[in-house]
Ligand binder design. Structure first.
Ligand code: HEM
Length: 303
C-alpha cells in the first residue's frame, strides 16, 4: 500500500460541490470551539483510517446484524473518537451537494482543518477519494503502544514513510491524550527504566495509585502544558524521558530516529512545517480512485 496521487485533484469538486472545503472548515471551526478535544481525535482517526486499507473511510463503518464486525470493533479503534462529528460534517455536505463528497475526503479535510485549528500549518490536499466497501477488524494491524520501534519503522516504511517522516508523525502525540491503560504497565510493572521518576509518580496518582482503583481508566494529556497546540514539545519530552507511550520513548534512543528527535526538539518551525507535509502525505495512502468503491451517503454504513 503506497502513497497514490494519480487521479486526485485539488479542484475535484469544482463542479459538483464547489463549497465543499468551506463547508468542512466552517463545521470544524464550530465543533472545535465547543470541544477542543475533537481536533486531536480527528487527526488520530485519519491515521487509523489511512494505514488500514488506505484512506477509504473503512474505519467509520458500524457493525450491523448482517456484518457483525468492522474495523471499529478492533482493539486499537476502541478509543477512537469523533465519529459523531464526522457524521455532522457529512450531513452538512449532503445538504449542500447530495451524493458528491466521499467520507474519505471529508475526513481528510477535517484532519487538515484540525491541524490548522490547533495552530499547525495549513496544507493543501488533492481530492477525489472514494469510500471503501470492506471494513474487516482482522486487517487492523496498527502498532501497539508497547511495540518495538524497529517493527514500527518497518510498518511505516511499508506504507512509504521514512524514519524521519515516522518521527514527524509521532509528533501528533503533542496534542490530545491517552488512557492510562495504554501506559500504566510502565508505572507499576517491571519498568523499562526510561520514564522520568517525577512523571512516573504523577501518572501513578492520575492513573490509580493513591485513591483511584487501578481498574478505572482515566485519560491524561500527552503534553499537559499545551495539549491543543501543534508544537515541538513532544520531542522535548522525549529528550527528558517524559513521554507516556513506550514506543514513542524508544524513538529518543534508537539510532535511526534519535537524530530526528533531537533536531525537532531544537527547531520548532521545522517541525510545524514537516508535520503538515507528513499529514498531507498520510492523506494519500492507498486511496481508491475513479470508479472504485462508492460515495457513501452516511459515513457509518455502506450505501
Ligand atoms: C506506533 C504508532 C502509534 C501508536 C502505537 C499510537 C498509539 C496511541 C495511543 C495508545 C493513543 C491513546 C489513545 C487513548 O487512550 O485514547 C494515541 C492517541 C493519539 N494518537 Fe497515536 N499512535 C501512533 C501513531 C500515531 C500517528 C501516526 C498519529 C497521527 C499522525 C497519531 C495521532 C494520535 C493522536 C492525535 C492521539 C490523541 C487522540 C485523542 O486525544 O483522542 N498517533 N495514540
Amino acid at each position: 500500500m503506497a502513497v497514490v496521487v494519480d487521479a486526485l485533484d485539488a479542484g475535484y469538486y469544482a463542479a459538483t460541490c464547489p463549497d465543499a472545503e468551506a463547508i468542512v472548515q466552517d463545521a470544524m471551526s464550530r465543533l472545535h470551539y465547543t470541544d477542543p478535544t475533537l481536533a486531536p481525535a480527528i487527526i488520530r482517526m485519519l491515521f487509523h483510517d489511512c494505514f488500514v486499507r488506505g484512506c477509504d473511510a473503512s474505519v467509520m463503518i458500524v457493525p450491523t446484524p448482517l456484518h457483525t464486525t468492522s474495523e471499529r470493533t478492533a482493539v486499537p479503534n476502541h478509543t477512537l473518537r469523533g465519529f459523531t462529528a464526522v457524521d455532522a460534517v457529512k450531513r452538512a455536505l449532503e445538504d449542500a451537494c447530495p451524493g458528491a463528497v466521499s467520507c474519505a475526503d471529508a475526513l481528510v479535510l477535517m484532519a487538515r482543518d484540525a491541524v490548522a485549528l490547533l495552530g499547525g500549518a495549513r496544507y493543501g490536499v488533492a481530492l477525489g477519494r472514494r469510500d471503501g466497501t470492506v471494513s474487516d477488524p482482522s486487517e487492523v494491524d496498527l502498532p501497539a503502544p508497547f511495540a518495538k520501534l524497529a517493527d514500527v519503522l518497518d510498518y511505516f516504511a511499508a506504507r512509504g514513510f521514512s524514519a524521519e517522516e515516522t518521527v514527524v508523525l509521532f509528533g501528533a502525540h503533542t496534542v490530545g491524550g491517552a488512557h492510562c491503560s495504554s501506559f500504566r504497565y510502565r508505572l507499576t510493572g517491571p519498568d523499562d527504566g526510561t520514564m522520568d521518576e517525577a512523571l512516573r509518580r504523577d501518572m501513578l496518582d492520575a492513573c490509580g495509585a493513591a485513591d483511584l482503583p487501578l481498574d478505572t481508566d482515566p485519560a491524561t494529556f500527552f503534553d499537559p502544558d499545551t495539549p491543543f497546540v501543534v508544537d515541538n514539545d513532544f520531542y522535548k519530552q522525549l529528550m527528558s524521558n517524559r513521554t507516556l507511550l513506550q514506543v514513542d520513548q524508544e524513538a529518543a534512543t534508537n539510532p535511526c530516529t534519535a537524530p530526528h528527535v533531537a533536531y525537532y526538539a531544537a527547531t520548532p518551525d521545522a517541525f510545524v512545517r514537516r508535520f503538515s507535509e507528513a499529514m498531507a502525505k498520510l492523506s494519500n495512502v492507498g486511496v481508491l480512485e475513479g470508479d472504485a468503491g462508492e460515495v457513501r451517503k452516511v459515513c457509518s454504513r455502506y450505501n
